[in-house]
Write a protein of this length. Structure first.
Length: 66
């Protein structure tokens, strides 16, 4: 059985390690609840940004000469 790992998966794992190490440092000084709120709000803002960037544009989205 051959194990096939994509470079993207390795890169995402390395990014996850970098993010979690910063979270652990913040949790030590600020407390876990603040770090939890920070992660949730960052995820929410990312979701909203992705939605706005990927939605279909309609006539109501144009400035219409305003």
């Amino acid at each position: 059985m051959k194990l096939h790992i994509h470079m993207r998966t390795i890169a995402l794992f390395c990014m996850w390690l970098m993010i979690t190490s910063a979270e652990l440092a913040l949790a030590r000084y600020l407390g876990g609840f603040i770090v939890f709120n920070w992660i949730i709000s960052a995820g929410l803002l990312t979701f909203i940004t992705e939605y706005i960037a990927n939605r279909k544009r309609g006539d109501e989205d144009s400035w219409g000469g305003l």
